[in-house]
Design a protein around this ligand. Structure first.
Ligand code: SAM
Length: 349
């Protein structure tokens, strides 16, 4: 089945290869536009202008910023089509007001905020490649960075979660564990689809604090509950062994293989006989170069995690089989987005 065009690109989406001198240099200076957008978002400019049209002097006063630099930034934002300008008065365009102003119910500014934090890691790519120690933004410990990260995951994965809820057969699933469930996109979409389904999100306490609020806002607190667990530092954690489904989405790519094998063993032991595990993660060809988005995202994982990686379908399949899972299948025939996606549906007997 062909997926409809998504409005927010997933990390694995294919990217056009560089084929001309023009492409080469557009790519080289791609950070100009990215930085302008991310810094404007960081300064809350789109929220300030979402509330009122303002002159550059007034904006600078509100930001307590340098007036000349502020005007230069504002004019560049106009040039990029994000703001409009009449005489010296700036206003946000409708699209920006809808998606980047904090006053909007559809605000996605935290996803930009997350990319902005990632930029801090990308500055150290050279050190990383040269095998030198490079500082890393910790996505999990700092409460503000963690909140931005979890909100970003919620924004990024919501549309996919709803599509999966419609594509998967969840009718018989009564109890599911959402391992590293993050902002709860999948638990929310799945429980909305099946009113008899209850989900337990197993995640770190900082994340749980954020996701509890999201779940409450969706009026699902009675069917989505939480277990505070640090997978690798809480010894002997156990959430029960009667789950029909263990769902693991975008978690395996954060970790090195030994840790993933450990998580899969935990998952195996949490399933009731005949239960299923479903893994959703970015696809990667055996050559590790396709889709281009995944190969490039792997650099982000290298910079942002301790040993994380994008894995091929074959690698994950082998971990599942060595754990004891049987009937390991890929569901990509009907979740296909034009490239291979990793989705397994094995049974345990
Ligand atoms: C990339 S997010 C994926 C979130 C969600 N599954 C999704 O698809 O939107 C990874 C999740 O793993 C959680 N996580 C990372 N390390 C963890 C650990 N040691 N113990 C428990 N959860 C962890 C993070 O808090 C985060 O929610």
């Amino acid at each position: 089945m062909k997926e409809k065009k998504r409005s927010i690109p997933l990390e694995s989406d294919d990217l056009k290869p560089i084929r001309s001198l023009h492409d080469l240099f557009q790519t080289a200076k791609g950070f100009y536009r990215s930085r302008i957008l991310l810094v404007a978002n960081r300064l809350n400019l789109f929220t300030i202008l979402g509330e009122a049209k303002l002159g550059s002097q007034e904006i600078s006063r509100r930001l307590n910023s340098d007036p000349r630099a502020t005007r230069i930034l504002l004019d560049a934002l106009v040039a990029m089509g994000l703001l409009s300008k009449f005489k010296d008065v700036y206003a946000v365009r409708q699209l920006v007001k809808r998606y980047l102003s904090r006053g909007s119910s559809e605000c996605k500014a935290d996803l930009l905020g997350h990319y902005d934090y990632m930029w801090g890691n990308w500055l150290h790519l050279e050190e990383g490649v040269m095998g030198k120690p490079a500082p890393r933004v910790d996505l999990l410990s700092d409460p503000h960075i963690n909140r931005t990260f979890i909100n970003a995951m919620y924004i990024l994965h919501n549309e996919q979660a709803v599509r999966y809820a419609n594509l998967l057969n969840l009718k018989r699933v009564r109890k599911m564990m959402d391992l590293g469930g993050g902002g709860g996109s999948f638990s929310i979409a799945f429980t909305k689809k099946n009113p008899n389904l209850r989900s337990i999100i197993v995640d770190l306490p900082n994340t749980v604090r954020i996701t509890e609020k999201i779940v409450k806002s969706q009026r699902l607190s009675s069917r989505i509950t939480f277990q505070n667990v640090d997978f690798f530092n809480d010894s002997g954690w156990f959430c029960g062994d009667d789950f029909d489904l263990i769902f693991i989405s975008y978690v395996l790519h954060c970790e090195r293989p030994e840790k993933n094998r450990f998580l899969l063993r935990k998952a195996y032991n949490s399933l009731k006989p005949g239960g299923q595990i479903l893994i959703n993660d970015y696809p990667l060809s055996i050559s590790r170069t396709k889709p281009a988005g995944s190969a490039i995202f792997t650099v982000n994982l290298f910079l942002s995690t301790e040993g994380g990686n994008t894995y091929t379908q074959e690698e994950i399949k082998s971990w599942l089989e060595e754990t004891g899972f049987v009937k390991v299948d890929s569901l990509n025939s009907y979740l296909s987005t034009g490239f291979k996606r990793i989705d397994f549906k094995p049974k345990k007997y």
